[in-house]
Write a protein that binds this ligand. Structure first.
Ligand SMILES: Nc1ccn([C@H]2C[C@H](O)[C@@H](COP(=O)(O)OP(=O)(O)OP(=O)(O)O)O2)c(=O)n1
Length: 108
């Protein structure tokens, strides 16, 4: 879908890995900006307005779209990489050591 969007606009020439990474970081910044100076917010974001919550979804979408684009440009199979990473996380943070603790695995 994103590949088709880019192809139809003849934008592939601009979407080098570096450029897409910079675009991704920019969108993460835009997402962070919504939370900026607000103080702590809780699950479901009841402290934000409806418009702000909608904006959060939009910026998250931009981040995801650029991340998927970046994975393609880097020839990373993202679904496989995510599954492998989750397995690695499970090994680094075994239940018996990590349960109820937020410490880094090196400090468990
Ligand atoms: N060269 C580009 C420009 C845009 N997009 C797509 C990916 C993002 O989903 C979205 C980003 O568009 P904008 O740069 O206009 O950013 P915003 O949508 O965040 O707009 P604004 O900066 O006004 O909030 O469009 C893209 O793939 N390649």
């Amino acid at each position: 879908m994103q590949v088709d969007f880019i192809d139809k606009r003849n934008w592939d020439q601009f979407h080098s890995p570096r450029n897409v990474l910079l675009a991704l970081v920019g969108e993460v910044g835009e997402l962070a900006e919504i939370f900026q100076w607000k103080g702590e917010v809780t699950e479901g974001l009841p402290e934000l307005t409806e418009k702000e919550r909608d904006h959060v979804g939009q910026e998250m979408s931009d981040v995801l779209l650029y991340l998927v684009d970046l994975a393609n440009k880097c020839h990373v199979d993202l679904p496989s990489a995510v599954l492998a990473k989750m397995e690695q996380n499970g090994r680094k943070y075994p239940l018996d050591k990590a349960y109820g603790r937020a410490d880094k695995y090196t400090d468990l």
